[in-house]
Write a protein that binds this ligand. Structure first.
Ligand code: GAL
Length: 440
């Protein structure tokens, strides 16, 4: 009897639990209905309705690289409580490792929400041509961006009138940073020609100082020196023609550039092959070497990581015979096809293209903003000088940083340069480049 009573009690409790469960289901259904209504309302009023996560893929890790990225992520998350940003960065300067990881993901239909890609051939020949990117013309129109980015930059991220990415920065590649005290103590004048450059290098070497710091553990740093010598010897028009396939790699001026590059290698530090770019920049900061040809992410490294002062601790000048020219390196982000939440990614891209984001990122990165209407007061003298130079110079795309030629050609050029730095054989370098040229 008691058992029966007990059984009746359990049945009643079960019944009660069931009713409670139904009630909760109802409440959940109602609340999700009202939240989707809210979403529709918000959509109509243009408010952000996005919830979720956006993954940003880059190679900005470690000193001189990640400060700007982390500041961007913080600012975005402050402004968008409902979207988290996952920082998927793969270490290795110039994307040495990241580009391989990205290729695997893209081929496996697992694209990041957005990824760092250089404007020019790296974007166009690798990803746009393979039909992996969404056009962003509407995003540009909605944000009124068409006259906020320089035309040359929009051209670099466009193909057949479609715009495929949002530039966050403009780095300069044809710049030499130098230790001011070392130059002063040794009475070195800023060299402008190759002859003056080698005179200064001899003077420094005689004084027991390494003239040029190179960190070519990753070969792109040596490729940068070579591309800037090419620019100095050929001038901007013929430099462009070389990468357009209109001038041959065995042209006598390309051979002359290879010889000058060869001579420069007489002045580099002994352990160059074991250093990365930060280690090499550190040598200049410490006064153990006098100069380094590095993109101006090195400026970010000097200022933010090493606390050095522009034009007091370090100075800068354009690489020999490239005054009036500007080797552009631009980091951009686009929308890969097949991402799960394109609206949220567009929200993030809209942020990356804003003046606010660019003025937080670029002063830390050493670059200038890609937008023309940024707040100059956020930048030091290096930044304002570079902004001025950018508007007045002949712009040329960088080979080492993906803009001038396809990834296939760049990989072979980096290999050829790497071998050249050890073997110092001009003929071999020239024939390797000539053989790779059809892949440009
Ligand atoms: C470049 C990139 C820069 C900087 C540099 C060193 O390719 O455009 O933003 O990161 O590599 O890693």
């Amino acid at each position: 009897m008691q058992a029966l009573t007990k059984g009746g009690f359990f049945v009643k409790r079960l019944y009660g639990v069931f009713i409670l469960f139904l009630f909760m289901l109802l409440v959940t259904a109602c609340s999700s209905d009202s939240s989707s209504e809210k979403k529709e309302d918000a959509g109509e009023t243009g408010e952000s309705t996005a919830t979720g996560e956006v993954e940003i893929f880059s190679w900005w890790t470690g000193a001189g690289e990640e400060d700007g990225l982390l500041a961007l992520i913080d600012l975005f998350e402050d402004q968008h409580e409902d979207i988290k940003v996952e920082n998927a960065a793969v270490a290795g300067g110039a994307g040495t490792n990241a580009k391989a990881v990205l290729a695997t993901r893209m081929q496996g239909d697992d694209p990041p929400s957005t990824f760092q890609v250089h404007g020019g051939e790296e974007l166009n020949k690798s990803w746009v041509a393979a039909d992996k990117m969404e056009p962003l013309n509407e995003l540009y129109e909605e944000n009124d961006w068409l006259d906020k980015f320089p035309d040359d930059l929009i051209d670099l991220v466009s193909m057949d009138d479609q715009i495929y990415s949002v530039p966050v920065d403009i780095h300069r590649g044809n710049v030499l940073f130098y230790n001011k005290a070392v130059f002063e103590e040794n009475d070195i004048e800023i060299p402008q020609t190759f002859d003056e450059f080698f005179e200064a290098a001899d003077q420094l070497q005689d004084a027991g100082i390494t003239p040029i710091s190179l960190g070519d553990k990753e070969s792109w740093t040596a490729t940068m020196i070579f591309e800037n010598v090419l620019l100095g010897v050929l001038g901007p028009d013929d430099y462009n023609k070389l990468f357009a396939g209109e001038i041959e790699f065995d042209d006598k001026r390309v051979i002359e550039a290879a010889e000058i590059f060869n001579k420069m290698l007489d002045y580099v530090d002994d352990d160059h092959a074991s250093r990365n770019w930060q280690d090499a920049a550190q040598l200049v900061a410490d006064g153990d070497a006098a100069m380094i040809n590095m993109g101006d992410w090195a400026k970010g490294y000097f200022s933010n990581d090493l606390d050095l002062e522009t034009n007091k601790d370090f100075g800068y000048f354009t690489t020999p015979e490239t005054e009036g020219d500007f080797t552009i390196i631009t980091d951009t982000f686009g929308l890969p096809k097949g991402v799960e939440n394109p609206d949220e990614v567009k929200e993030f891209l809209t942020f990356l293209g804003s003046t606010e984001a660019q003025d937080v990122f670029n002063p830390l990165k050493g670059s200038i903003p890609a937008r023309v209407d940024a707040d100059e007061s956020e930048y030091d003298e290096y930044g304002t000088d570079t902004m001025e130079d950018f508007t007045e110079s002949n712009l040329v795309p960088s080979l080492a940083h993906g803009s001038a030629a396809s990834e296939g050609f760049l990989t072979k050029a980096n290999q050829a340069v790497n071998i050249f730095v050890t073997q110092r054989d001009v003929d071999n370098l020239i024939s390797a480049l000539k053989n790779a040229a059809p892949e440009m």
